[in-house]
Write a protein that binds this ligand. Structure first.
Ligand code: WT7
Length: 649
């Protein structure tokens, strides 16, 4: 192994770690030689009402894709996250909540959380929510978001959490697609000192006729701000909780009972409802949380993700709570009131493990040492990164400035679809290389294929695929199994296609190079180019739009939009602003274009396909690297675009 830029596991860390190098090798071997035996054993990490009969029934064959784990077993997620901890650690803190303002926090013990969840489960039942019903959760980062999710799992309802930053339009689309019966929200959210009108957004979403499936809206009072009220439909959380019983038996659910749906963007069409199920998901979330974060009882663990993303599901709520951990839930943003907030929170709550995203790291890094001024960071033991490739510069800054060169960094690669981490160092077992997600987790068999689907061995670069199933894998696209098969199993036969490219080095380490499809990664959030394009063309003045990503210092990728206006419309700065606002309204602020370039025409092949390769090059000013443009229907548009781009610099 070449030693340049290699960070071996320190003796001190290895000595206390759950998994050391030899253990990793031994367990990994077992996990791929005898998956049945391996996962049978791991299945015991959760409590089952009825034991499973069969560990695994999985097929990646595109003619009959089938993914089932722990067949015949029955269990309940909220039981595993709450009830089973009560005896040993009922009075231990389950959730530390840190409010947007630095003087607000709450500690909630497992016993308290259990009681709250039981009451809310009864309240939901009282509103007519039954097993298999879908509930949309559109909430700020407050403990009631966790209560709502856990209560759904307790009664067998399927939750779908929609990120509070999505617009009413985007929310309506998700409510309609999932046919939600109930929406749970708050009067307002609070982020970075600003209020987010969540209830008003729900009201607006529900004016859309496609959302008539919704019968009730449950509203948590967060700010006490004035909100419009519809008596026939709206119900205060505190009103139903006042009268709800705190006894609620967890429903006995099949291992493959749907647990939640989470919408995510793809390269085509509208967002997909990624469906996760009960038993395998929880086994996988719990196991990866324990081993990747080397989690020991009593430690304080902080994942900065929003509950609206998969990271917030698996590594803020389900993994940690299944393991009886203390998990920190922070309402605000990293740089409010200023960039030192993360450091302040770490000290205030004596955080041992911090899991965040490269975009947050780069934002802190941009202000130098200010981020750690006034805080000691002494409690930290381990750092994590997720969401996009971490550039070595940010890695080093994170390692030295936040981790004081003492804490290993686990760069965890995974996806909404995978349910949990698939490629990552284990901090007591894996020597680190800045920028590499390193090696597969137990039971995960990554491989690289060329564009024809041939496996490539040894050091190489190619499309990243996974050869066999793992328990946390998504089971289907909600309501559209065919789309599931098409998206993940048709490109390369018999394999799960991740949509990412990767390089494998001489030590067998994986380096994720980014998406190979038309999906952008903006501040660690996934955005489909097609989604932004269709929002754009929905504007009355827009004839056509093409979206590409470009490197962005803080966000990782920025959004670059080429817009062709209708013939009778004049381009102007005012219109540019209006289009930005339009996308924010259609999707949400995270989809807001960084650059809009007017394009009299777009480079298309004779069959009408937009050649994004060319647009990507123009966006970064690499005019000489456009490649062959002779196959274009009208090669002259390229020069026009180059001229406009130059004029904008
Ligand atoms: C895509 C998945 C998994 C939770 C957050 C994002 C990219 C994710 C890494 C990493 C390089 C990464 C991939 C992946 N990605 N983690 N450690 N290194 N790339 O979930 O929204 O489903 O996005 O994020 O491109 O496919 P997601």
């Amino acid at each position: 192994m070449s030693v340049a830029n290699l960070y071996p596991v320190t003796e001190a860390f290895a000595a206390q770690a759950l998994i050391n190098q030899d253990k990793y090798k031994e367990m990994y071997q077992q996990s791929v030689i005898n998956p049945e035996g391996f996962w049978r054993e791991q299945g015991k990490r959760i409590d089952w009402f009825k034991p499973f009969e069969r560990v695994k029934q999985t097929s990646f064959d595109d003619l009959h894709v089938d993914i089932k784990w722990y067949l015949g077993g029955t269990t309940n997620v909220s039981y595993n996250c709450l009830d089973r901890h009560l005896e040993a650690r009922g009075d231990q803190v389950a959730i530390i909540w840190e409010g947007d303002e630095p003087d607000q926090h709450r500690h909630i013990t497992y016993r308290e959380l259990h009681e709250e969840v039981c009451k809310f489960s009864n309240a939901l039942r009282g509103q007519g929510v039954n097993r298999g019903d879908v509930v949309t959760i559109y909430m700020p980062m407050i403990p009631e978001a966790a209560v709502a999710m856990l209560a759904c799992t307790r009664i067998g309802a399927i939750h779908t959490v929609v990120f509070g930053g999505f617009s009413p339009e985007a929310l309506a689309g998700r409510i309609a697609d999932s046919e939600s019966k109930v929406v749970i929200t708050a009067d307002e959210g609070v982020r970075g000192g600003k209020r987010v009108p969540l209830k008003a957004n729900v009201d607006e979403a529900l004016t859309n006729p496609s959302t008539h499936c919704v019968k009730q809206v449950l509203v948590v009072q967060r700010t006490g701000g004035q909100v419009p009220w519809h008596n026939h439909r709206d119900v205060w959380y505190h009103d139903v909780m006042k009268v709800a019983s705190s006894h609620c038996a967890p429903k006995e659910l099949d291992a493959e009972a749907p647990l939640f749906i989470l919408y995510t963007s793809g390269s085509t069409g509208k967002p997909k409802g990624v469906l996760h199920t009960t038993g395998g998901y929880l086994v996988y979330a719990s196991m990866t949380h324990e081993y990747v974060f080397d989690y020991k009882p009593g430690e304080v663990y902080w994942c900065t993700a929003d509950v609206g993303w998969i990271t917030g599901h698996s590594y803020m709520i389900y993994g940690p709570l299944a393991n009886g951990a203390t998990t920190l839930l922070y309402e605000g943003i990293p740089n409010y009131p200023d960039v030192s907030r993360i450091g302040q929170i770490i000290d205030k709550h004596q955080v041992n493990i911090l899991y965040t995203a490269p975009t947050a790291i780069r934002a802190m890094m941009a202000e130098g040492k200010k981020a750690v001024e006034g805080s000691s960071g002494k409690s930290l033991r381990l750092l994590g990164s997720v969401g996009e490739p971490i550039n070595p510069e940010a890695w080093h800054w994170y390692h030295e400035t936040v981790g004081q060169s003492r804490c290993p960094i686990v760069d965890t690669w995974w996806q909404t679809e995978t349910g949990g981490i698939l490629i990552s160092p284990l901090p007591g077992a894996t020597a680190l290389k800045p920028g590499s997600a390193t090696r597969p987790f137990f039971g995960v068999q990554p491989a690289l294929v060329d564009n024809l689907g041939n496996l490539i061995e040894g050091p190489a670069e190619g499309n990243l695929v996974i050869l066999d199933s793992w328990p946390g894998q998504m089971r289907s696209v909600y309501g559209d199994h065919d789309r599931f098969v098409q998206t993940y199993f048709k490109t390369f036969k018999g394999m799960y296609f991740t949509g990412d490219g990767a390089r494998r080095d001489e030590d067998g380490y994986y380096w994720i190079t980014g998406r190979v499809d038309d999906v952008l990664n903006v501040s660690g959030h996934r955005m489909g180019t097609a989604e932004i394009e269709s929002a754009m063309v929905a504007h009355k003045d827009v004839a056509e739009a093409a979206v590409v990503g470009f490197p962005h210092d803080i966000k990782g990728q920025g959004i670059y939009v080429y817009v062709t206006l209708n013939a009778d419309v004049e381009a102007s700065e005012a219109l540019r602003q209006e289009l930005r606002q339009w996308v924010r309204k259609e999707i949400g602020p995270i989809a807001s274009p960084d650059v809009i370039q007017w394009a009299p025409g777009l480079p298309k092949t004779r069959s009408g396909k937009i050649m994004r390769r060319i647009l990507r090059k123009i966006a970064v000013g690499e005019y000489s690297a456009l490649g062959d443009i002779s196959t274009l229907a009208d090669p002259a548009v390229v020069q026009q675009l180059v001229d406009t781009h130059q004029g904008m610099q």
